[in-house]
Design a protein around this ligand. Structure first.
Ligand code: G3I
Length: 348
């Protein structure tokens, strides 16, 4: 069995994918379901565990799609990453509208968040391996102001203390799930502007949380990369993982994909032809995977979708168009990235 999940077993590593429920449910697309089961040992809901999906109407939870994914995972002997408890995106309209029109006060908002975390973690108790408790709470150097800060809806209304609260509420509802902080642009230390190094900011945040005895178990590094941005090397990435491990934290790559601009040449021809961008994408997947393999505390390596047929990238980046971000092409043919991941798992 040369599947990614089986090759990773020897390393004690889980290999995962985000799952798009519409694709999983589509009877006309059986390969999606088949590969999701055969290649991966952990799954993440791409959307159906987000607040807007779980509680579209206030007080009425719709667990059905998420429960169906968990049944799929159980059937295929897969572990589940829970995504996501607290994020500023994909919040239900009733919540954001209520805050905007003043009918939900900040005190009530905090209570609503506590009840949401408790309800969700309790519903899935015992079935989730790692929870993304707080997602993308930290700004980027290109935001305004450029000095790194806690950004977004939750920090604006509740202040940064919501982060510690969220972890405590999650732990109380399921003491056995591993609780993660999850973010992008934290693959390596060493921003050119040392005062604005997001990895350092997240490291300092985690250290402070631990000093306050906040129950945080791990750091999820999303790994959304692009071939136009230049590459990390394995040493840089492994060093970031090692520093987080030095705090006593687990790590995981949680949303890896490597997008490319779709200009002439990139779209043309056999996806396995030697194409600089596909090669560069493959190399980026490999750097993150090798770093994870080198670090014992790196528990899982999850790709954010496994086929270009179902990837968030083209819908999100249209000017200029980007895509080709995953490890299989639109016809489920494995790309260089898939081959290189396999080689890393075999030869490491
Ligand atoms: O649910 C509606 C559906 O009813 C409608 O027909 C359809 C038409 O566009 O839109 C559907 O909602 C879309 C949803 O995905 C489900 O497909 C939203 O428009 C679209 O914005 C949403 O995008 C998701 C994105 O998060 C939004 O925040 C992507 O699928 C998902 O891959 C992406 O995932 C995030 C992680 O959660 C956190 N890290 C970054 C990552 C990439 O942005």
């Amino acid at each position: 069995d040369q599947s990614l999940r089986n090759l990773a077993l020897r390393h004690g590593l889980a290999v995962g994918t985000a799952v798009d429920m519409a694709a999983l449910d589509d009877p006309a697309d059986p390969q999606y379901r088949q590969l999701a089961a055969s290649e991966f040992s952990t799954v993440t809901a791409e959307n159906v565990m987000k607040w807007e999906s779980l509680e579209p109407t206030r007080g009425t939870y719709n667990w059905e799609p998420a429960d169906r994914l968990l049944a799929f995972a159980k059937q295929n002997n897969q572990r589940v990453r829970g995504h996501v408890l607290v994020w500023h995106n994909q919040l239900p309209g009733w919540l954001t509208a209520g805050v905007a029109d003043g009918s939900i006060s900040n005190a009530e908002l905090r209570d609503i968040l506590r009840r949401h975390i408790t309800a969700v973690v309790t519903h899935f108790r015992g079935r989730i391996w790692q929870w993304d408790v707080v997602n993308e709470a930290v700004s980027d150097p290109w935001d305004t102001p450029s000095t790194l800060h806690y950004k977004g809806f939750w920090a604006e209304h509740l202040g940064p203390g919501y982060i510690a609260d969220a972890f405590r509420w999650a732990r109380a509802a399921d003491p056995h799930a591993l609780l993660f902080y999850n973010d992008y642009n934290i693959e390596a230390f060493g921003s050119r502007d040392p005062a604005n190094d997001k990895t350092q900011f997240v490291y300092d945040m985690a250290k402070k949380l631990l000093a306050q005895r906040v129950p945080i178990d791990g750091i999820g590094s999303q790994g959304h990369l692009g071939t136009q941005y230049g590459n990390f090397d394995t040493f840089q990435v492994a060093e970031a993982l090692r520093k987080f491990a030095g705090l006593g934290l687990a790590t995981a790559f949680t949303e890896v994909d490597v997008r490319s601009q779709l200009t002439e040449g990139v779209q043309a021809g056999d996806p396995n032809e030697v194409n600089p961008r596909l090669q560069a994408a493959a190399a980026n997947f490999s750097v993150l995977l090798q770093a994870c393999l080198a670090e014992r505390h790196c528990l899982s390596f999850t790709v954010w979708g496994f086929t270009d047929k179902h990837s968030w990238v083209p819908g999100w980046f249209s000017d200029p168009p980007e895509g080709l971000a995953t490890i299989y092409d639109e016809n489920y043919q494995p790309k260089r990235a898939y081959q290189l991941m396999k080689a890393d798992l075999i030869y490491s």
